[in-house]
Design a protein around this ligand. Structure first.
Ligand code: AMP
Ligand code: ZN
Length: 480
């Protein structure tokens, strides 16, 4: 634990840095809006979870006992963030000819696999929206008379019944409300459904009985209910992508105000990561082929290269995706792994860090992390630690381990061999590759260049690129 620098975080509510003061001393309670599991997550979505994970790791580093909840939205999210369109789950299910429950399970598992590949720590709880529907109905009942009205299509939240609606989006001063679609009979444009009735004569795959008829909860209601149920209100930090600052989170805040009969926002600090953008348009799920982690892996990139690429930028800055940027991050990761492997080989970890140069570097690292998660600077501290000379190696390893706990690469166990990812369609084994390379080396030693070239061509045909003279000593890599 280090307590030198106070932890400052950017609160979207106040649009400024604030010193973190936990609601419950010694604890940090964090809720992260999770995926809607109607499709795979694209790498932009995964940036949101790398950010939330880094926040959680930073809170642990600062000594707080972390209670982190990430939800899984398996019902209720319409194709528009406001009240228009179909339920994403139902739509995906009917397109695939499968049940909405099967679709949810399949894409939740795929999401969890990506979480693991990016070294995102398991939260205290994954909360699944459909597990909480009875509680959502109770929540809605408790605010229905005072804050809601009923239309044929559902139960709507009257946004004029809470103080300062939309303060998070700055809707009054910016054009946050402009995107909300009109629904017949709504009292105000920004009002939103907290229960959507199944239209007469229709049956939905996912529907529940309620005092307002058969139907399904609104997406915004889910997050208010699950965060309240698992973290209590007010809790410390609520996170999500920057798009949620405009509609989803202002609506959660309005519900929280109504439910708590208080003007507080449910969470004290609202934090938003900026977007990963791709000028090639591969970040939109509606365009068919979109960039997901598996696509990077199939091109030979280790998932942690993507994690590193995210951490090289500040979470509040837009980050532009490019293969060059990813390749540069991968090279940096390889250097780190090679550096740390050497340190690990030459000493076992010391219990403490006392050398003044290392103590100073850890303090710099702490300052960077504490300044609204400045991971770009934190990474340079890690690089410096790895390169540092004339310090006790065991202590150096201990300092690296502390930094790595925050940055999350798993450098204490990661090996060079782990970084060689295997595209789906390669069948050649590592033993075969190494054996072929040994034969090639021998041929070259004997100046039999024809044989050496033939071995190389054979390897290329099997998807293996031979990397002679690679400055990192990387002998080969798998390609597609
Ligand atoms: P969804 O599954 O659509 O609810 O999105 C999951 C998370 O990803 C939310 O926190 C979004 O705000 C976030 N998100 C969506 N697109 C991007 C992007 N291009 N870059 C970063 N975060 C994103
Ligand atoms: Zn949410």
């Amino acid at each position: 634990m280090t307590d030198a620098a106070p932890l400052k975080l950017f609160n979207s509510l106040t649009r400024q840095l604030e010193e973190f003061q936990p609601v419950h001393p010694g604890e940090a309670r964090v809720y992260t809006c999770g995926p809607t599991v109607y499709n795979f997550q694209h790498i932009g979505n995964m940036r949101a979870y790398v950010f939330a994970d880094t926040l959680g790791r930073a809170l642990s580093f600062k000594g707080y006992a972390l209670k982190h909840v990430i939800n899984i939205t398996d019902v209720g999210h319409l194709t528009s963030d406001a009240d228009a369109g179909d339920d994403k789950m139902e739509k995906a299910a009917s397109a695939a000819g499968k049940s909405a429950w099967d679709i949810a399970k399949f894409y939740t598992d795929a999401y969890w696999a990506d979480i693991e590949r990016l070294n995102i720590r398991q939260p205290f709880q994954w909360s699944i929206a459909t597990d909480y529907v009875p509680r959502m109905i109770e929540f809605a009942k408790s605010i229905a008379d005072t804050h809601c009205y009923e239309l044929d299509s559902g139960l709507y939240f009257d946004t004029s019944t809470v103080a300062d609606y939309g303060r998070l989006a700055r809707a009054a001063t910016e054009d946050g409300e402009g995107r909300i679609e009109q629904v017949d009979g709504k009292r105000h444009q920004a009002d939103f459904a907290i229960w959507r009735k199944t239209p007469a004569g229709e049956t939905r795959q996912m529907e529940w009985d309620s005092p307002w008829g058969k139907g399904a909860p609104g997406w915004h209601l889910e997050c208010s209910v699950m965060s309240e149920a698992l973290l209590g209100m007010p809790f410390d930090i609520h996170t999500g992508g920057i798009d949620h600052r405009e509609i989803h989170h202002p609506n959660e805040i309005a519900q929280n105000q109504a439910y708590c009969a208080s003007d507080h926002s449910g969470a004290r600090i609202w934090m938003h990561n900026n977007f990963l953008i791709d000028r090639g348009g591969k970040m939109s799920k509606s365009t068919g082929e979109f960039l997901r982690l598996q696509v990077l892996v199939e091109r030979g990139f280790h998932p942690l290269a993507y994690r590193l690429m995210c951490l090289q930028a500040h979470y509040r800055s837009e980050l532009e995706f490019s293969w060059d940027n990813l390749a540069a991050a991968f090279t940096r990761l390889k250097r780190m792994v090679m550096g740390v492997t050497n340190v690990r080989a030459s000493a076992s970890m010391a219990e403490g860090v006392e050398h003044p140069k290392l103590v100073e570097l850890l303090a710099q690292f702490d300052t960077a992390v504490s300044e609204d998660l400045n991971t770009a600077v934190a990474l340079t501290c890690l690089d410096e630690a790895i390169a540092m000379k004339k310090v006790d190696t065991g202590q150096k390893l201990a300092a690296i381990a502390r930094m790595d706990n925050v940055l999350g690469f798993g450098l204490m166990t990661l090996e060079r061999a782990n970084l060689r990812v295997r595209p789906n369609d390669t069948t050649i084994t590592e033993t075969d590759i190494e054996a072929a390379l040994a034969r090639r080396k021998e041929a070259r030693a004997n100046k039999d260049f024809a044989a050496s070239d033939a071995i190389r061509d054979e390897l290329i045909a099997q998807g293996v690129e031979v990397m002679d003279g690679d400055p990192l000593g990387w002998d080969w890599r798998l390609t597609i």
